[in-house]
Design a protein around this ligand. Sequence first.
Ligand SMILES: [Fe+2]
Length: 196
Amino acid sequence: MDPIVEVLESTMAVQDPYIVTHQQRVAQISLAVAREMGLEEQKISNLEMAARLHDFGKISVPIGILSKPGKLSVPEMAIIKGHPVTGADMLKQLTVPAYTFLTIMQHHERINGAGYPFGLSGEDILLEARILGVADVVEAIAFPRPYRTSLGIETALGEISQNKGVLYDTSVVNAFTKLYSGNMFGNFFCCKSFFS
Ligand SMILES: [Fe+2]
């Protein structure tokens, strides 16, 4: 991995160590899905970098908003929703491949156009971003957040299955489900109580 990623992770950890752990787990899930789907190595490598830095833009979001339990206000939500573009814009200044920052910019887009920041839909969203989007949601549900404990992998599987083809790419969800049911993640999702 490019040393710049580790430097940026250290920078992020000063504000919020949770984000770094989250991004690393999202990268592991994304890579497993990308390999299962047969993406070429260059795309997998760009996706790994994007996953490891996908929430970089959150360094511009106050920690009080990032770790706030319960519902965010509309202005707070607007600040959060700025993070894909902020992160991509900052990373653009570095020697980050175009596909990496585009993937970061699109990781909250959804298949039906209900995502942000641009409301892209279907295959207008990069495949790497569709993979990252699913991995991000699975990790966020299956592992603890700073403001709550884990909701469990079964809840994560329910979310992506119910919204397959609506919010989440069908082939990405199928690849993840196949890997999970084939026990390809081993103990990765087992340690809910350990992390809680
Ligand atoms: Fe994000």
